[in-house]
Ligand binder design. Structure first.
Ligand code: NAD
Length: 257
């Protein structure tokens, strides 16, 4: 049951990195809230399967091929979504990759992959979204919504995730930068920094010896549940957040305290 005002009927949302984890959950959430959802990922057979399941449940969903590190792939994914459902007015730029290891040992390839995906790829998705929202009349309708998914890694200093943390900190700056740049274009740009949630990005780590130690050191000694993000995600995609832009929300069950 979606609370009134959080209904997304009539909206078209594209979720980048919707083949697994949080992105898949966001796609299901937005579909259930009434939006037409475009699920983008490199593993197109996965997003096509999830979309088919959603259509079977009576929702409107489309799986598209999307590699956010490729400008032409980003453009093609928006083209495909637009062809099916009209202008994309809501985007969750969720796709991301992790990286680990001491900075002195990180390979050039790993560094590039992290920054190309998390920072440049996220930029490409937001830029394409904004261009199309503006062409679609967002200035008048004030319906443009871009939601970035950062990480509490952007707020902390840990040994072993410098490139990931820096790429996520970059997204936080892009949030404010784009929010100001597009403020008069009717596009709101906001950011959620989630805490540590068990998904494929950290598969296996939480059960490892180091993982268990890290969990025991968290204020509540537990991982965050993915559903703890849902209400804020819906709010930030809805009409109710019309006057919220450039905002950064740390939703982490207190993990970064
Ligand atoms: P995940 O690995 O399940 O999801 C990441 C998604 O991004 C996957 O679907 C992956 O295929 C996709 N992706 C990666 N590179 C891509 C590319 N070039 N083009 C298109 N899609 C690409 O992990 P997740 O935890 O669901 O991660 C989702 C987001 O949440 C990421 O940005 C991650 O950094 C962030 N995050 C996760 C946690 C956590 O603890 N799980 C915490 C903070 C932030």
């Amino acid at each position: 049951m979606i609370p009134s005002g959080f209904d997304l009927t009539g909206r078209t949302a594209l979720i980048a990195g919707a083949s697994s984890g949080l992105g898949e959950g966001f796609a299901r959430l937005l579909a259930a809230a009434g939006a037409r959802v475009v699920l983008g990922a490199r593993r197109v057979e996965l997003v096509e399967g999830i979309a088919a399941g959603l259509r079977g449940a009576g929702y409107q969903a489309l799986g598209v091929s999307l590699d956010i590190t490729s400008e032409s792939s980003v453009i093609a994914a928006f083209d495909r979504g637009e062809q099916e459902y009209g202008t994309v007015d809501t985007v969750i730029a969720n796709a991301g990759v992790g990286s680990g290891g001491r900075s002195t040992e990180l390979t050039y390839e790993d560094l590039r992959r992290t920054v190309d995906t998390n920072l440049i790829g996220t930029y490409l998705v937001a830029r394409e979204a904004a261009r199309r929202m503006i062409d679609g009349g967002s200035r008048e309708s004030e319906t443009g919504r871009i939601l970035f998914i950062g990480s509490i890694a952007a707020l902390q200093n840990h040994t072993g995730d410098a490139s990931y943390a820096a790429s996520k900190a970059g997204i936080a700056h892009l949030t404010r930068q784009f929010a100001k740049e597009w403020a008069r274009q009717g596009i709101n740009v906001n950011l959620i920094h989630p805490g540590w949630i068990e998904t494929p990005i950290n598969a296996g780590f939480s059960a490892s010896e180091r993982g268990l130690q890290d969990i025991a050191a968290l204020p509540r000694k537990r991982l965050q549940e993915p559903s703890s993000l849902d209400d804020m995600v819906l709010f930030l995609c809805s009409d109710r957040s019309r006057q919220i832009t450039g905002a950064v929300f740390t939703l982490d069950d207190g993990q970064s305290l």
